[in-house]
Design a protein around this ligand. Structure first.
Ligand SMILES: [Zn+2]
Length: 40
């Protein structure tokens, strides 16, 4: 497998958003909705 520089965001599992406990969804603040975790 190829090693990508961008990895799937562990917080939203690459969805770009997270499910709220009270219902609905919100843009993932960790990756800002991109679904990938950018390395610095
Ligand atoms: Zn995320």
């Amino acid at each position: 497998m190829k090693h990508a520089e961008q990895t799937v965001c562990p917080y939203c599992s690459g969805n770009g958003y997270v499910q709220l406990l009270l219902g609905g969804s919100e843009t993932c603040y960790c990756c800002l909705g991109k679904g990938t975790e950018t390395k610095k």
